[in-house]
Ligand binder design. Structure first.
Ligand code: SF4
Length: 482
């Protein structure tokens, strides 16, 4: 009887990928992934530490398992990911029924750790040594890479995949725990990435999203040559079967011209850039140790728009950071007004223990002020997102149909025609009525309406015979064959 494992994941795409790789690795070790804690012999939480809220959620879920653990003491409960690395031993003190704590830099050891736990060796702690005084090499040695050979046949959905091209981060943003929980930047060899994407393509994958904390700082030196993201994109662009290539998350300091030209000239590379700005005030950016000024960020936006005019640009902002004055905030409002992002993720500052910001600066912006600024910026961004989306009404866009939309998921399985969802090359979400059989295919949709977050459309009944596409990506405008 295979051992049954349940994996619960919170956090970013990197965490989603780690959980997929853990599921695949354990499946290769005789485990079967199940859908509930009751069915499972092993219950794993893959955690996030970017905000306090994400951690509290896991501790409350762990609390709810206390009774189940008392009933079934043989069950193994494990905490993986960024909170595991950050809190380590403290998790056992807060939740004594946890058997296993495994950081991102130790995930490759999971099968062996689970075998030890099943044999009765509990609790088990496996995290990477970390100290502010350690040099880069020592830290790198502690954070073992976790890129086990994946079996594309287990990909869900089979036509889309995340691919890690680098792990960790070399930046020192004062509010961020990532370098401490995922270690220094480590770039994977391009051949290894090419081989992985080729195997995914052979198994029917159509779209890959390349992942890195600062993905555009990717560079790999070998044989006296330095491979940068632009080179890697050209390499992956040649892979038959792959139709779309995306990459997240960018850092403003690494938005090089060769990367922009690669996005402009390689049709499979999607013209969308996620580039967190975090603030529009130089005073705040300095305190955040972001390593650029708002003028630099504006100049970067201008270069993107000049080289890839049809690109969509999205961003992140933290409001209420230590010492943020009303004037600082108004500078952020001004940046958002002029930047016209497709959308932006806006967060209230949440001090993270162990970060420079928590050490150096008081969390002095009152919560109600944080809330008001968050609300104001969100309202402004939603207005801009709606206006930008309304420009698509009447146009035709090509989407990769990903599945039933949230609304469509409520329809009975027997109902063949439901509301489906898919994304354009520029990462706009489109919903439209259609047959479930369209999932995993590319289709043209005529846009009939828009909201700040979504385009509404109709399947193009008589898809226009596309002789070629005029380069206005984000929205391939077909040149109708005469
Ligand atoms: S770039 Fe800054 S915010 Fe992003 S992961 Fe690295 S340290 Fe954190």
């Amino acid at each position: 009887m295979p051992k049954r494992v349940y994996i619960y994941t919170v956090g970013c795409q990197m965490n989603q990928l780690d959980s997929q790789l853990v599921a695949d690795l354990l499946d290769q070790h005789g485990y079967q992934v199940v859908g509930s804690v009751r069915q499972a012999d092993v219950i794993l939480f893959n955690t996030c530490s970017v905000r306090q809220h994400a951690e509290e959620k896991i501790y409350s879920l762990l609390g709810r398992l206390k009774h189940l653990k008392r009933q079934y003491p043989e069950k193994i409960i494990g905490v993986l990911g960024c909170m595991a690395q950050k809190d380590g031993e403290a998790i056992f003190r807060r939740a004594a029924h946890v058997d296993l704590v495994v950081g991102p830099g130790r995930l490759a050891r999971l099968p062996e750790l689970l075998a030890q736990a099943a044999a009765g060796t509990r609790p088990l702690l496996a995290i990477s040594p970390w100290s502010e005084r350690s040099d880069r090499q020592t830290l790198l040695a502690g954070f073992e890479p976790f890129d086990p050979p994946r079996r594309p046949q287990h990909l869900q959905p089979p036509f889309q995949a995340y691919v890690r091209i680098m792990s960790g981060c070399n930046k020192v943003c004062s509010y961020c725990v990532v370098p401490r929980v995922r270690g220094p930047e480590r770039c994977r060899p391009p051949e290894e990435i090419h081989e992985e994407v080729s195997r995914l393509a052979d198994a029917g994958c159509l779209e890959v999203t390349l992942l890195g904390q600062t993905v555009n700082s990717y560079q790999y030196r070998s044989g006296g040559r330095t491979i940068r993201l632009a080179d890697l994109l050209s390499l992956l662009h040649q892979i038959e079967g792959i139709r779309r290539i995306r990459f997240v998350t960018n850092h403003p300091r690494h938005m090089s011209d060769d990367l922009l030209q690669a996005v402009r000239d390689l049709p499979k590379v999607c013209p969308c850039f996620h580039v967190p700005a975090q603030s529009g005030s130089n005073t705040v950016l300095r305190r955040m140790q972001r390593g650029y000024t708002v003028e630099f960020y504006r100049e970067m936006l201008a270069r993107i728009r000049q080289t890839v005019p049809e690109a969509s640009i999205t961003s992140d902002f933290i409001v209420g950071f230590c010492g943020e004055t009303e004037e600082d905030f108004q500078q952020t409002v001004q940046l958002v007004e002029e930047a016209r992002f497709k959308n932006a993720y806006i967060f209230k500052y949440s001090p993270r223990p162990g970060t420079k910001a928590a050490e150096l600066y008081p969390d002095d912006v009152p919560l109600d002020v944080k809330r008001r600024r968050n609300h104001q910026l969100l309202q402004l961004q939603n207005r801009i997102s709606l206006e930008e989306n309304q420009k698509f009404i009447g146009r035709q866009v090509e989407v990769l149909v990903e599945g039933p939309s949230k609304f469509g998921q409520k329809a009975p399985q027997t109902q063949s025609s439901v509301q489906l969802t898919g994304r354009t090359p520029c990462e706009r979400i489109v919903v439209f009525p259609g047959d479930r059989g369209l999932v995993g295919q590319f289709h043209w949709i005529r846009i009939t309406g828009a909201t700040p977050t979504t385009l509404l459309g109709q399947l193009e009944q008589h898809p226009i015979e596309v002789a070629s596409c005029r380069l206005e990506r984000g929205n391939w405008l077909p040149v109708i064959s005469q």
